[in-house]
Design a binder for this molecule. Structure first.
Ligand SMILES: Nc1ncnc2c1ncn2[C@@H]1O[C@H](COP(=O)(O)OP(=O)(O)OP(=O)(O)O)[C@@H](O)[C@H]1O
Length: 805
């Protein structure tokens, strides 16, 4: 049966641990807090807090007078000193933080009641008075703080939207107006980092960093968690289990190894040869090392790491490719690519959290219990306070280097961007003789990257040095305390050996925990950009349960369509078009009048601002984007070819196409014979973006692709602009065949190419200003007539170049 004194001692230790942990947690929550926590400056409350602090100081003095400090059970004194220290600290704050006072009142009240119930304070009238006073004041503070909490949450309910910018993010991808900047103070706080960032940096990223304290910040990362749960992968689940078992086994071995050495040492001090004990020590040591559990864990980790890397990288790629045209138009592709690569850091975050943060926490808990049971509460508390102090210092010092880390990440992306631009634009660079300039620009980016890295590494080294000083000091304190215990004959010399060896095992958890915190922060910063991209919700999404568009006849209608890219200008203004199946509609007009924008709307690269676009009477917003784009075929002005063979490039339009189908399509596009003259025929590599082919060849390959895709609706955007007169004549009949059975939109600058179109729409500043057939428009004598007159003076008089659509 456990004696009441032991229960009382245990309870006092528990109270000390609780208050120490509360202070640590409160520090973590408060550290880097950007939003003001509810505070109070009430004099009454200060007096109450001060009184509690004084009562604990008085209690500590009384206990010293009682001889507790010298006694074997100093738990009561420890508890009183710690409570006195914490309450005094709270009282010295400029403003009382509500949750801190509330938490401490709960702890004080809970333990005071328990102590009174156990009768630990009733043996002395003064102690009894002090405990009763504490109980009374803590109750008053508790009631007051709770009522303040309720008042505040009531106010919040009434005035704050559910998704207030408290989290920094109103809804991913779309910022609430208030979310743009949480408040002016925040902007100031982050100004150091801010000036580094690109002007066009997505405000998601800024909000991510401004999202209050670091716990709130890390919470933002929860969106990647569902990706990392191996629901259907038995192998990964088994490996995770193996890792878990290794972790548990490792915790036992951490204690067993030093314990066994202590046993061997005791045998030696007793004059016996401890060979057997040393052999057991060797076996345990081998099991603990990389040759034992370490090996199993390292092997089990491989599939887990592969799984998370695969999940994250694929998800990021899929997400980014699914984002709308506006996103891709705004972003630099090299930077986006780099961000996906930096996503590997997210895998590291997970690994660090599970493998390097959880085990040390368990180790520290075990160490506390063990040191308390083996020695006394002074040694256990000394270890706990030193460890938590070390971690707190780590949190503080890590924050000193966050700005530098961000600079490194940004410089890396910038370097990748410059390199990508120069390599991709080699042609332009060379033709403008800008090689030297590009080399010096790249060199500048490398220098900036190195500078940022040097700043980071230098500060990291100082932080390490500062932190490393603390650990030997803690060991010194612990060895002194244990040596005293051995001297007092309350512990054996083997226990001293145990402590020295155990410290070796304990120092790693502490170092890992602090190092992990720093590296997890580094990884998180590296992964920020990817997270920022993942948080960008696609602006154009399929409706829930949207059907496929199904077989299409080809009737296309634009009904009072309005559209603007940004709030400043309207790109399309009240456009209505009706194209019957098989009809050819030509869009003509000055450059920038909105012809391509209309076609982008048809592809649903953007959504109309008002009005609607229908295909066979189905609003294109009601069907899936995939099926919609499947029914549309585009021959663009500058077709993009991949750096692959001609055959592969053509098969992109229809992956199941046979070689014969591809040859037929090329014959129809009048490019087959030309391809056969190339050295490798259809297997000729076209080079980056088709640089090894002429503009006309690329355009004919693009036309061949559409023959292969065979869509019911066709868009020819200056499709023959790069084709010479002779070739144009060659593909004229093919294009006529292509257009005959499908609805076709032709964007043309050369009016001669569209004179046979069923309707010609003349666009000007986003509006249709004239419409009709070629003859009707000429008769009208308006804009079209003027354009025609101007072009008559040009090359269109040559009958041969007229594309007779
Ligand atoms: N992504 C975009 N963001 C903002 N504005 C844009 C964007 N794309 C086009 N614009 C603007 O919209 C207007 C219409 O452009 P659009 O490309 O539709 O003209 P166009 O008639 O096809 O021109 P062109 O004949 O030269 O190809 C232009 O003023 C252009 O600057």
């Amino acid at each position: 049966m456990i004696s009441p004194s032991k229960v009382s001692a245990g309870l006092h230790v528990a109270s000390s641990v609780t208050v120490v942990l509360f202070v640590f947690a409160s520090f973590l929550i408060n550290f880097g807090q950007k939003q003001k926590l509810p505070t109070h400056k009430s004099l009454v409350k200060y007096t109450a807090v001060g009184l509690i602090a004084l009562s604990y100081i008085a209690k500590a003095i009384l206990l010293v007078l009682h001889g507790d400090a010298l006694g074997q059970r100093p738990e009561r004194l420890h508890s009183a000193v710690l409570f006195a220290f914490v309450w005094t600290f709270v009282c010295t704050r400029k403003q009382l933080i509500n949750f801190e006072v509330l938490g401490l009142s709960v702890i004080t009240l809970g333990f005071s009641v328990s102590f009174l119930a156990l009768g630990t304070a009733v043996d002395d009238a003064a102690l009894l008075t002090i405990s009763s006073t504490q109980l009374l004041i803590a109750t008053c503070l508790l009631v007051d703080c709770t009522s303040k909490c309720f008042t505040r949450s009531k106010n919040l309910d009434e005035t704050t939207p559910f998704l207030a910018p408290e989290s920094g993010i109103s809804s991913y991808g779309s910022q609430s107006p208030s979310g743009q900047s949480i408040n002016a103070e925040d902007d100031e706080d982050f100004s150091d980092d801010e000036h580094d960032e690109d002007d066009n940096e997505d405000s998601n990223s800024r909000q991510l960093r401004k999202s209050g304290n670091w716990i709130t910040y890390i919470k933002n990362f929860k969106i990647v968690l569902p990706l990392l749960i191996p629901k259907n992968d038995l192998k990964v689940q088994a490996c995770l289990l193996a890792c878990g078992l290794c972790l548990i086994g490792g915790r036992f071995l951490n204690v067993l190894v030093p314990y066994q050495l202590g046993v061997a040492a005791d045998q030696l001090f007793k004059g016996r040869l401890p060979y057997l004990d040393l052999a057991i020590y060797l076996a345990l040591n081998l099991l603990q090392d990389e040759s034992g559990l370490g090996l199993v864990q390292a092997l089990a980790k491989i599939p887990v790491e592969r799984f998370s890397y695969r999940q994250l990288t694929n998800a990021a790629f899929k997400h980014i490719m699914g984002l709308e045209m506006e996103f891709h138009a705004d972003r630099d592709s090299a930077e986006v690519m780099k961000a996906i690569e930096q996503g590997e850091a997210l895998t590291n975050v997970l690994e660090t959290s599970v493998l390097y943060i959880l085990p040390p926490i368990i180790d520290l808990t075990v160490a506390f219990v063990l040191l308390y049971l083996k020695f006394n509460s002074s040694i256990a508390l000394c270890m706990l306070i030193a460890s938590l102090g070390f971690l707190s210092l780590e949190v503080v010092t890590s924050s000193w280097n966050i700005g530098n880390r961000r600079r490194v990440t940004k410089a890396e992306r910038e370097q990748a961007r410059i390199m990508h631009q120069a390599v991709q634009g080699w042609h332009t660079v060379s033709s403008f003789n800008m090689l030297k300039w590009e080399i010096s620009r790249f060199g500048g980016a490398v220098e900036k990257h190195l500078e940022a890295k040097t700043d980071w590494s230098r500060r990291d080294a100082f932080i390490n040095a500062l932190l490393d000083m603390l650990l030997p000091a803690t060991l010194f304190l612990l060895t002194c305390l244990v040596a005293h215990e051995v001297y007092e004959k309350r512990a054996s010399p083997g226990d001293f050996v145990f402590l020295i060896q155990y410290w070796d095992n304990l120092i790693w958890p502490i170092k890992f925990l602090s190092g992990s915190f720093r590296y997890i922060m580094t990884d998180i910063i590296d992964a920020e950009r990817l997270l920022d991209l993942l948080m960008t919700e696609p602006g154009i999404i399929d409706k829930d349960g949207a059907p496929e568009i199904g077989p299409v006849e080809g009737r296309v209608t634009f009904e009072n369509v309005h559209f603007s890219y940004d709030l400043k200008r309207t790109a399309i203004h009240d456009v209505s078009i009706s194209a019957a199946p098989g009809e050819t509609v030509a869009l003509v007009g000055t450059t920038g009048s909105g012809k391509s924008s209309l076609m982008k709307l048809l592809f649903r690269f953007y959504d109309v601002t008002s009005g609607c676009i229908k295909i066979d009477d189905q609003d294109i917003r009601d069907v899936t984007q995939g099926s919609l784009r499947g029914t549309l075929g585009l021959v663009p002005q500058d077709p993009l070819l991949f750096n692959a063979s001609i055959l592969e490039n053509l098969r992109y339009a229809k992956t199941s196409a046979s070689d014969e189908e591809i040859y037929d399509a090329c014959r129809a596009a009048a490019i087959h014979d030309k391809i056969l003259t190339f050295a490798d025929g259809y297997n000729t590599k076209v080079g980056e973006q088709g640089v090894k082919l002429s503009g006309g060849e690329i355009q004919r390959l693009a036309i061949a692709r559409i023959f292969l895709k065979d869509p019911p609706i066709l868009i020819l955007d200056e499709a023959t602009s790069a084709v010479d007169t002779e070739t144009e004549t060659q593909i004229q009949s093919a294009l006529r065949r292509l257009c005959a059975k499908r609805t076709t939109f032709v964007i043309a600058h050369r009016l001669s190419t569209v004179i046979r179109a069923n309707q010609i729409l003349v666009l000007d500043e986003g509006s249709i200003v004239e419409r009709g057939t070629h003859q009707e428009l000429l008769d009208m004598g308006g804009k079209y007539h003027n354009l025609w007159q101007k072009q008559l003076g040009g090359d269109i008089e040559e009958e041969g170049c007229v594309l007779d659509l």
